[in-house]
Design a protein around this ligand. Structure first.
Ligand SMILES: *Cc1c(COP(=O)(O)O)cnc(C)c1O
Length: 352
C-alpha cells in the first residue's frame, strides 16, 4: 500500500481548509484573512527567558485577563491555540462516530474541515436569503446532531444573527446538543455577545480569538467561554501544554487594561475605515451590492466578480474570492485595511 492508502479514508477524501496563506498570492496589500493591518508591539526585553520547564497548562494570567475582559469567571474560560483549536476540541469531546455536526452555510469553512478530520458527518441547513438561521429546518434536522455551529457576526457575510433566534436555537437544543456561537469578530460589535446568556445555557460554548481585533493572528491564541462543566470536559481532551511560554507572556500583556484599550481604539478605527470603504465602493459601476457588515470585512457582490478578483490579484491586492461559497456568486470578501490600503483597493477598482 502507498502511504496515501495507509492514511484514514476520510483523510484521503479530505480537502484541507483553503486558508488565505495556503492560497498564496504576491503583493503588498493583504486583505484576504481578516487580520488587523498593523501589529501591536510588546516589550519582551526584561522577561525571564528560560524554557527548560513546561509551561502552565492553562496560564493563569491569560485566563484571568480574558475572564476580566469578557465579563465571566476564570472557570468559564479555556485558552487554546487559536479559536480553531476550540472547534476541534468540541467535536472531539462531544461527538461519537455516528453523531453529526450541523452548520449553516455560507459560513466559516473550519467547522466542516474539523468534523471531516475527526470522521464526523456534517448536516447543513443553509442560511435564509437575508443570512439568518432557518430555525424550522434546523429543528427538523436535529436528530443525531450533537454540535451546532453558528457564527455571529458571520464570516464571510458580515451580519449578526438575531439574538432572539440564537435564544430559540438554545431552547430547542437543550439537553440534546452543544450550541457553539463563534464570536471571532465580536470586538467590532461587543454589545451583541452571547456571553451574557451563559448562566442560562449549560450547552452554550462561545469561541473567541486574539487573531482579529487584537491584531495578534501570528500569536495563535483563542478561547472558549462556557459553563464550568463544559470547560472541564474540554480540559480532558486538550493537549497538556497547548500554549508556549512566549505566547502566554504576550497574550497576558495584550489583556492588561492598556492592551484592551488599544484594541478598542483599533476596532473603532477599523469601523471608521469600513464606512469610508463602503461609501467609496458605492461609486463604482462594477459593484452590484455591498452587504451591511458588523465586522472588519465587507462582502461585496460585483457584476463580474471573477475578472475583478483576478485583476486586483495581478496588481498585488489580495482579496478573498467567495464565488464558490453557497449563494455567493460574484461575491468578494474585502478585509478592512489601513486607510492607504483601502484607497489602493478603490483606485484599482475604479481603474478597471
Ligand atoms: C478567524 C476565525 C476564527 C479563529 O481563528 P484563530 O486564528 O484560530 O483564532 C474562528 N472563527 C472564525 C469565523 C474566524 O473568522
Amino acid at each position: 500500500m502507498t502511504i496515501a492508502q495507509l492514511s484514514r479514508k476520510n483523510i484521503q477524501a479530505l480537502t484541507p481548509y483553503q486558508s488565505a496563506r495556503r492560497l498564496g498570492g504576491k503583493g503588498d496589500v493583504w486583505l484576504n484573512a481578516n487580520e488587523y493591518p498593523t501589529s501591536p508591539t510588546f516589550d519582551l526585553t526584561d522577561r525571564d527567558r528560560t524554557f527548560n520547564r513546561y509551561p502552565e497548562p492553562q496560564p493563569q494570567a491569560v485566563v484571568e485577563g480574558y475572564a476580566r475582559y469578557a465579563g465571566v469567571r476564570p472557570e468559564n474560560v479555556l485558552v487554546s491555540r487559536g479559536g480553531d483549536e476550540s472547534i476541534e476540541l468540541i467535536i472531539r469531546a462531544f461527538c461519537e462516530a455516528d453523531d453529526t455536526v450541523l452548520y449553516c452555510p455560507p459560513t466559516y469553512g473550519m467547522y466542516a474541515v474539523s468534523a471531516e478530520t475527526c470522521g464526523i458527518a456534517c448536516k447543513t441547513v443553509p442560511l435564509t436569503v437575508d443570512f439568518q438561521l432557518n430555525l424550522v429546518e434546523i429543528e427538523r434536522q436535529l436528530d443525531g446532531v450533537k454540535v451546532v455551529f453558528v457564527c455571529s457576526p458571520n464570516n464571510p457575510t458580515g451580519n449578526l444573527l438575531k439574538r432572539s433566534d440564537l435564544l430559540e436555537l438554545l431552547q430547542m437544543t437543550a439537553g440534546r446538543a452543544i450550541v457553539v456561537v463563534d464570536e471571532a469578530y465580536i470586538e467590532f460589535c461587543p454589545e451583541a455577545t452571547m456571553a451574557t446568556a451563559l448562566a442560562d445555557y449549560p450547552h452554550l460554548a462561545i469561541i473567541r480569538t486574539l487573531s482579529k481585533a487584537f491584531g495578534l493572528a501570528g500569536l495563535r491564541c483563542g478561547f472558549t467561554l462556557a459553563n464550568a462543566e463544559l470547560i472541564q470536559i474540554l480540559q480532558k481532551v486538550i493537549a497538556p501544554y497547548p500554549l508556549p511560554i512566549p505566547v502566554a507572556d504576550i497574550a497576558a500583556q495584550a489583556l492588561q487594561p492598556n492592551g484592551i484599550a488599544q484594541m478598542q481604539r483599533q476596532a473603532a478605527e477599523i469601523l471608521a475605515n469600513r464606512t469610508d470603504l463602503q461609501k467609496n465602493l458605492a461609486n463604482s459601476p462594477l459593484v452590484e451590492y455591498i452587504f451591511p457588515s458588523e465586522a472588519n470585512y465587507i462582502l461585496v457582490k460585483f457584476k463580474e466578480g471573477q475578472p475583478l478578483f483576478n485583476a486586483l490579484w495581478d496588481q498585488g491586492i489580495i482579496l478573498r474570492n467567495q464565488h464558490n461559497a453557497l449563494g455567493l456568486q460574484n461575491c468578494i470578501r474585502i478585509t478592512i485595511g489601513t486607510a492607504a490600503e483601502n484607497a489602493k483597493v478603490i483606485q484599482a477598482i475604479l481603474n478597471i
